[in-house]
Design a protein around this ligand. Sequence first.
Ligand SMILES: CC(C)(COP(=O)(O)OP(=O)(O)OC[C@H]1O[C@@H](n2cnc3c(N)ncnc32)[C@H](O)[C@@H]1OP(=O)(O)O)[C@@H](O)C(=O)NCCC(=O)NCCS
Length: 183
Amino acid sequence: MGDTTRFAGERPVLTTRRLVLRQPVDADMPAIIDTVGDLRVSRNLARVPHPYTEVDARFFLDQIAPREIVWALTLRSTTRLIGMTGLSPTEDPDEAELGYYLAVAQWGQGLATEAGRAVLDYGFGVAGFTSIVAGYFAENPASGHVLRKLGFVETGRADRGCLATGRTEPSVELRLDASSRLC
Ligand SMILES: CC(C)(COP(=O)(O)OP(=O)(O)OC[C@H]1O[C@@H](n2cnc3c(N)ncnc32)[C@H](O)[C@@H]1OP(=O)(O)O)[C@@H](O)C(=O)NCCC(=O)NCCS
């Protein structure tokens, strides 16, 4: 039986070579709206509406962040949020789903992969999940590339809804097991 408290409580600060991963706070609201309000970002995410307003950011900070394992991403040199990452619950208490987004200006520097490694270390090593799953829209190969660099393997295809576009899109589903990551 999985530990149902895994998704509750404060998140520890995680640091990587270039990033700090910390709890999102109210002062992040403008940066969250700037970042995920960009349709180039939200059209690749399932649960983010477009346009994205203060009400949506408030809902995220009050209702989503406390119930999921969520970190704001900042560069080590500044406190301004440049993206978000985290682990969401699935139907299996021993499993979580990895998600992430970055401001467009920060794409293409390996930052999502760097953040993903830190989240996987936490998810397997600290939270004790046995599997972490992820899915990306087939038209978003950059995210597929991130997930494969992190060791995820494809398990199938599905149709997922995208709130920002209102469309249902083909999605590639992947998984990484703790046991295979140790090999
Ligand atoms: C997906 C996203 C997080 C990637 O962030 P990033 O920091 O640019 O990712 P990384 O630099 O770590 O890795 C991206 C890889 O994809 C590759 N890539 C970029 N565009 C690509 C494309 N069109 N086709 C194939 N690969 C592509 C890059 O070359 C890089 O691989 P490399 O390191 O081997 O060169 C970012 O584009 C984003 O926030 N997108 C919108 C939200 C989103 O898609 N979230 C994920 C939902 S599943």
